[in-house]
Design a protein around this ligand. Structure first.
Ligand SMILES: Nc1ncnc2c1ncn2[C@@H]1O[C@H](COP(=O)(O)OP(=O)(O)O)[C@@H](O)[C@H]1O
Ligand SMILES: [Mg+2]
Length: 375
């Protein structure tokens, strides 16, 4: 990314940064606006961004009524420079506007052709100990980087799942339920297949320890995945359709649906001692996540000839000095444009002069800074 511009986004009235391809270090006090900036960048990829926020939550408080927000960037792609813009206009309820090279795009899916972004944030320290939905979102984000259609499939599937639940609650007609379940079966199997294929390729790269980061066993688990192990996709689709039909009474009572890819999970094990990630120490869990994110970046480089943007919020300060250096070295070797945040600039001292770009964030203002000068 070479230029980033924001207007009306959370604490930013308007801000602009000119950048080059090196890693970026954002430093500033608590509440300065570091995570907000990473969130803005995360919206250049499909989805709801790194906080999963609603569009109007990101409208700047105190801004004139109806102003909305915009995030725009010039990004380098294997095909050349592309201008990407996204934003919220209050009149377009629940739909963010996407522009690619000046042309309005009907969906967010097109963003995946140009930008792939993966992040680690402080709430993700609990990714392995909380419910499966966070792990599915994390895995889906990795899939977006390889399969542009995945984002659209997941949101269409979730929409149909809600629509079916509403119909079951209201005692809707069986023909319409058949149609919705047919859609869910088709998309659901495509979602499970995409997750399963990426996980298998990623698993090979995650197995070996990378520097000081542990080897990890990663697998996606779930009923639909098991059906895909057993036989062809069409058979899995038929089984999902039948299972949905059979679970109507149960789903009408409990809400949701008893089977489907919305129940899958990402299982991760630390290969150093064989423990499931949920039983590893907090530090080990973080190291596992970093190992997966780095493996994903290597896989994208190998398969797609591009590196994802990595947004690492408050990650560096929590690593010991050895792992921190190993992470910086790996990022530099990958050539991934990585955004680091921290309150303390000295944490980044093992980048040598010129290896990273420094930006000071103060109360919603961005100021390019030199690396060694205390702020
Ligand atoms: N919609 C909004 N409008 C204006 N300010 C906001 C909005 N949402 C959050 N903020 C403010 O942005 C500030 C910076 O938040 P954040 O980026 O999380 O800080 P940090 O630098 O610690 O990561 C907080 O003080 C928060 O109150
Ligand atoms: Mg923050």
């Amino acid at each position: 990314m070479f230029r980033l511009r924001l207007t009306g986004f959370r604490c930013y009235e308007s801000a602009q940064l000119d950048l080059d391809a090196r890693p970026i270090v954002l430093t500033g006090a608590n509440g300065a606006g570091k995570t907000n900036l990473l969130e803005a960048i995360s919206l250049l990829a499909p989805g709801r961004g790194l906080r999963g926020a609603r569009l109007e939550e990101m409208d700047r408080h105190g801004a004139p009524e109806g102003e909305g927000w915009t995030v725009a960037a010039t990004v380098a792609t294997p095909g050349g420079m592309v201008e990407i813009g996204t934003g919220h206009r209050p009149e377009t309820v629940n739909r963010r506007v996407v522009r690619i090279d000046g042309k309005q795009s009907r969906s967010q899916t097109g963003l995946s052709d140009h930008v792939s972004a993966v992040w680690l944030t402080p709430p993700m320290d609990r990714l392995f100990t909380e419910g499966a939905s966070g792990r599915r979102r994390f895995l889906d984000r990795l899939v977006f980087g390889f399969d542009a259609a995945h984002a659209g499939r997941v949101s269409a599937y979730e929409h149909t799942l809600r629509e079916r639940a509403r119909l079951l609650r209201e005692g809707g007609d069986a023909v319409w339920l058949d149609t919705l379940e047919g859609d869910m079966a088709e998309r659901g199997v495509a979602i499970a297949a995409a997750r399963r294929e990426l996980t298998a390729r990623l698993a090979r790269l995650c197995e070996a320890p990378a520097g000081l980061f542990p080897g990890a066993a990663v697998a996606v688990t779930g009923q639909v995945e098991e059906w895909l192990d057993d036989g062809p996709a069409l058979a899995a689709e038929e089984r999902l359709r039948a299972a949905l039909r059979d679970s109507r009474p149960q789903d009408a009572a409990a809400g949701g649906a008893a089977v489907g890819p919305h129940r899958s999970d990402l299982a991760v094990r630390h290969l150093g001692h064989g423990m499931p990630a949920a039983l590893c120490s907090t530090g080990e869990q973080k190291a596992l996540l970093i190992a997966i994110v780095l493996a994903n970046a290597r896989l994208q480089t190998a398969e797609r000839g591009r590196v994802p943007l990595l947004l690492l919020d408050e990650v560096a300060a929590h690593l010991d000095a050895g792992r921190r250096e190993a992470l910086f070295a790996e990022i530099l070797a990958l050539g991934a444009q990585t955004w680091f945040t921290g309150t303390d600039r000295s944490v980044f001292d093992s980048f040598s002069a010129g290896q990273a770009q420094y930006v000071a964030v103060r109360a919603g203002r961005l100021e390019p800074a030199t690396g060694r000068v205390p702020f």
